[in-house]
Design a protein around this ligand. Structure first.
Ligand code: 5GP
Length: 124
């Protein structure tokens, strides 16, 4: 599978430091920052630093180090927010859009983390 990555997308510009961002957590392979148009009291985006378009691109071609780092960062953010379901917190949602049917607007792979309110059913 050939994936076509557009290095002029907004998140690529954020990674190059051309556009500012509200960073929550940064590691060797990943960056997490606040969404500019939050859909929940806590709305954080987690992106790999590598040039991956979507979930399957990342899952199939990223290195094990990149994948572990990315998943750990996403988990660390949930833990830091104190929203772990059960005794600690009320829960959250992790979501990734892909392509036209997935309503992906920025073609650099990212996870959305939503928290801070009841989020309702997943699909409209
Ligand atoms: P998608 O629809 O691609 O899954 O989500 C893209 C997300 O990126 C949207 O929630 C949108 O608000 C967010 N976004 C778009 N441009 C920027 C930006 O320049 N900075 C930040 N922090 N978020 C952005």
């Amino acid at each position: 599978m050939a994936y076509d990555y557009d290095d002029q997308n907004i998140f690529a510009k954020i990674l190059r430091g051309e556009i500012p961002n509200d960073t929550v957590l940064e590691t060797e392979h990943s960056l997490a920052f606040r969404d500019i148009n939050p859909q929940a009291p806590q709305h954080i985006l987690v992106i790999p630093k590598g040039a991956y378009v979507c979930h399957d691109h990342f899952a199939m071609e990223a290195t094990a180090d990149e994948i572990v780092d990315f998943v750990r960062v996403s988990g660390q953010i949930c833990a830091d927010l104190g929203v772990t379901p059960g005794a600690e917190g009320p829960g959250y949602r992790v979501m990734a859009n892909a392509g036209e049917h997935g309503h992906q607007e920025v073609p650099h792979y990212h996870l959305h983390i939503f928290a801070g309110r009841p989020l309702g059913p997943m699909l409209e």
